[in-house]
Design a protein. Structure first.
Length: 153
């Protein structure tokens, strides 16, 4: 698939959330969406990023944003992650890797010389009409919500 860029229509998402409910990106038309992709529940960097969104969630809502996290973890894994860190937003389970593929964030990684496939930590800011306004590829886990604010507010 071609790499997504600013101004592209965000690919539709149809996935189960942590409660097993089907969620579609199109359900959020009329709202701005922070769609963030992260590698794995309960890992240090992913926890830091999720907690940053949690700690700033009310102000993001006030600014008109919905926050949606996506990883290839299961609904059950998401339930535990949410409970442990009191995350107030939706996490989508992408076990078949369709969403990470559609968004171009399923990539080859290299750790200690070992190559493997994984999710590239990436954040998409999508406007009320479903158009990608910003793509953050170098996410600052500790300041993820401020990175977005610096771009759009």
């Amino acid at each position: 698939m071609t790499e997504l860029k600013k101004g592209d229509k965000a690919p539709e998402i149809i996935a189960k959330n942590q409660h097993g409910e089907t969620v579609k990106l199109s359900d959020f038309r009329g709202k701005k969406v922070i769609l963030y992709f992260y590698p794995k529940d309960n890992t240090p960097g992913c926890t830091t990023e999720a907690c940053n969104f949690r700690d700033n969630y009310q102000s993001l809502l006030h600014d008109g944003f919905e926050v949606i996290g996506v990883s290839i973890d299961s609904e059950q894994s998401h339930q535990k992650f949410i409970a442990k860190f009191e995350l107030p937003f939706t996490l989508l389970a992408d076990e078949d890797k369709k969403i990470v593929s559609d968004y171009g964030v399923w990539v080859e990684k290299n750790m200690y010389g070992i190559k493997y496939m994984g999710t590239a930590r990436t954040t998409f800011v999508i406007d009320e009409d479903g158009i990608i306004q910003h793509i953050i590829k170098k996410v600052n886990n500790k300041n993820a919500s401020q990175q977005i604010r610096d771009l759009v507010i």
